[in-house]
Ligand binder design. Structure first.
Ligand code: FES
Length: 110
């Protein structure tokens, strides 16, 4: 069985810092990039509850708080840690030669 993956280039890795997440529009998708302890994570940037960009929320450790109603999502696996909200989608990330790529078929950032 063959597994296909769709890797897309997003941006230079230097755009994402521990202090400041970065948001990239990719077709219909908006992907939020977060850097924690030197590792880059990618999640669906649009909160699954309503329209708010998680990359503009408050990041503490691996958990980002939605700026609109405060739902908390783990950027490693997309799990919602608060309230009655859905989990968010995560994307596998690779940094190659200083550039960030995401696997649009992946659902586990690991
Ligand atoms: S829009 Fe994110 S919690 Fe409501």
């Amino acid at each position: 069985m063959t597994t296909t993956t769709t890797w897309k280039h997003l941006c230079p890795a230097a755009k994402v810092s521990e202090e400041e997440p970065f948001s990239v529009q990719l077709g219909d998708l908006r992907i939020g990039l977060f850097k924690v302890d030197g590792k880059v994570y990618a999640i669906d940037d649009v909160c699954p509850h309503a329209f708010a960009l998680l990359s503009t929320g408050f990041l503490e450790g691996h958990v980002v708080e939605c700026p609109l109603h405060g739902a908390m999502f783990d950027v490693r696996n997309g799990e919602c840690h608060s309230g009655d909200y859905d989990d968010t989608r995560v994307f596998q990330v690779e940094v190659r030669e200083g550039e960030v790529y995401v696997n649009l078929d992946g659902s586990d950032a690991g």
